[in-house]
Design a binder for this molecule. Structure first.
Ligand SMILES: [Zn+2]
Length: 307
């Protein structure tokens, strides 16, 4: 990986988000009446797909009924000049949503990754995250009045008298770390998390708390969950993770000692693995994390001796 985030699923900056244009309601109306513009329908965090499991894409001008039946329609961006919108059909039951969209079923984008191209997976994940945010922000947290979408769905503003609070889509950053043992032999720390299968090992991760830097969060999570103190903490790369609002920030850290003491709650076991042990696991058919996760890339780059 190291900083080549294009190989990580769900990122890549495939659309021009046209931030300077999307605040203009007239421009957005023109885009919706442009025969080239597309609408991607979603339902309750899921892609609506056709019988071949390809996400439904409708020409905006042919999707009048779909757009009228949507709870929210947001502008995602421009794909080589062609506007791409997402429409949320979550207020409908599943059958109605499929019928309005002309879809066969609703499927989680993570179940489609690998089958979809990188750009399509990223755009579907982006749509899912943005529409999810809208569903959770219908009312103002300050005064309780209803909020209304603006800027093509990239803001919401409170309609309450004397309030007018402006809301922006929220991202919840989480750190994920590959920890190396000090000295030789070269080993990395993997953990078995609560609820995980008996022989399922992964890197440690956790949410960043208010008042912490990313590096602070790395140090705290490792101390809390595995009883490990670390010296250097080095940024490796990041991954969009809109499930529903995450941003995964990957680090490599070097432990001060090989002593491990797990919390027994989130992490039930943690131990050090050599590269040979991990290669043996791969050879025996054990996956190093999910194919779409930064966890797999952190482990893969360590296994290759990179970074
Ligand atoms: Zn308000």
């Amino acid at each position: 990986m190291r900083t080549d985030d294009r190989v990580l699923a769900y990122g890549g900056g495939w659309l021009d988000r046209a931030a300077a244009l999307r605040g203009d309601p007239g421009w957005l109306v023109e885009r919706l009446t442009d025969p080239a513009s597309l609408v991607l329908p979603l339902w309750r965090d899921r892609c609506l797909v056709d019988s071949e499991r390809a996400p439904v894409r409708r020409a905006a001008v042919d999707a009048v009924e779909l757009l009228a039946g949507a709870d929210e329609t947001v502008f995602l961006g421009l794909d080589a000049g062609r506007a791409v919108f997402a429409a949320d059909l979550s207020g409908r039951d599943g059958h109605e949503a499929c019928e309005l969209a002309g879809a066969a079923e609703a499927v989680d984008v993570r179940a489609l990754v690998g089958a979809l191209g990188a750009a399509e997976a990223a755009v579907q994940a982006y749509a899912k995250g943005l529409l999810h945010w809208h569903r959770g922000q219908r009312f103002c947290g300050s005064c309780g009045a209803a909020t209304v979408a603006g800027a093509g769905g990239h803001t919401r503003s409170c309609a309450g008298v004397g309030c007018g609070r402006l809301l922006f889509p929220r991202i919840e950053p989480a750190v994920i770390m590959l920890v190396e043992a000090p000295g030789a032999p070269e080993r990395c720390l993997l953990a078995r998390h609560q609820g995980a299968a008996e022989d399922s090992w992964s890197t440690l991760a956790g949410f960043v708390e208010i008042g912490e830097s990313l590096e602070d969060a790395v140090r705290r999570e490792l101390a809390e969950e595995a009883g490990v103190a670390v010296r250097e903490v080095t940024y490796q790369g990041s991954q969009a993770w809109p499930f529903p609002a995450g941003l995964m920030v990957g680090f490599r850290a070097t432990a001060a000692s090989t002593r491990v003491r797990v919390d027994g709650e989130e992490v039930v076991e943690a131990r050090w693995f050599t590269r040979a042990e991990l290669r043996d696991r791969v050879a025996a058919g054990r996956a190093l994390g999910r194919i779409d996760s930064i966890d797999r890339h952190l482990l893969g780059s360590w296994l290759d001796g990179r970074g």
